[in-house]
Write a protein that binds this ligand. Structure first.
Ligand SMILES: C[S@@+](CC[C@H](N)C(=O)[O-])C[C@H]1O[C@@H](n2cnc3c(N)ncnc32)[C@H](O)[C@@H]1O
Length: 213
């Protein structure tokens, strides 16, 4: 994998620009078409039950994006923290949703708050393979219990890309070059008319073992 860490100083700037310019061009959510209420209808119905079934009482949603669909999720009894790399979006969310906690951080390099359930949805597909490794190792270092992240079963290799908002390639962590075991659980995460994909859910130990951590 290429060492692209020197590019990451600008990562926050590039995603902030995407936020300011609505780069993903969705009329409902500045986080893009995968973050609308329609797109997330099935996930919103199943996610809270899965979190509770795993015995999780706290959740880190990183990145939280504009919180468009998560604001409609039943979070009763779940201590929610949202995190994103775009400072002004995080600041706005903290003001409009004071019952939750929002923090600004870069998943590739900043320490993550510990939570029972960490959701890393719709961001690894924007990141280089080296950055994907940084994010996953960061999750392991946080000591959090479960990782849920976007997962496409039919992808046979994760080709490398340059990190940024206009990059997109689907993610399958069970294939090259990552070769994770199959997820312990999956939740359907797409709407009719879109490509099938899922939230794959792994215990921390499975991610740690893959990196020898
Ligand atoms: C496509 S949106 C998805 C947001 C959210 N997960 C959702 O489901 O609506 C991608 C988000 O990732 C954020 N992001 C990109 N790189 C990041 C990083 N290294 N650390 C934290 N957030 C990042 C962007 O600012 C953007 O809000």
């Amino acid at each position: 994998m290429a060492d692209d860490s020197s590019l990451n100083g600008a990562l926050a700037d590039r995603f902030t620009e995407a936020f300011q310019q609505n780069t993903w061009q969705d009329g409902e959510s500045v986080s893009g078409p995968g973050s609308t209420l329609r797109y997330t209808s099935e996930l919103r119905a199943t996610l809270p039950a899965m979190i509770r079934a795993l015995g999780c009482a706290s959740m880190l949603d990183a990145p939280c994006g504009d919180f468009n669909w998560m604001k409609a999720v039943d979070l009763a009894g779940i201590a929610y923290t949202g995190a994103d790399i775009v400072p002004e979006m995080v600041k706005g969310l903290q003001e409009t949703h004071p019952q939750h906690s929002f923090v600004c951080l870069d998943l590739t390099k900043d320490p993550l708050p510990t939570a029972d359930f960490v959701m890393i949805r719709d961001v690894l597909f924007h990141l280089s393979n080296a950055d994907v490794v940084r994010v996953l190792q960061n999750f392991v270092q946080s000591g959090s219990a479960w990782l849920a992240t976007s997962h496409s079963f039919d992808v046979t290799e994760m080709v490398d890309v340059v990190s940024g908002p206009t990059t997109f390639r689907p993610v399958n962590l069970t294939t090259a070059p990552f070769h994770f075991a199959q997820p312990d659980h999956v939740l359907k995460d797409y709407a009719p008319g879109f490509l099938p994909r899922w939230m794959g859910i792994w215990p921390r130990a499975a991610i740690a073992a893959r990196f020898g951590l």
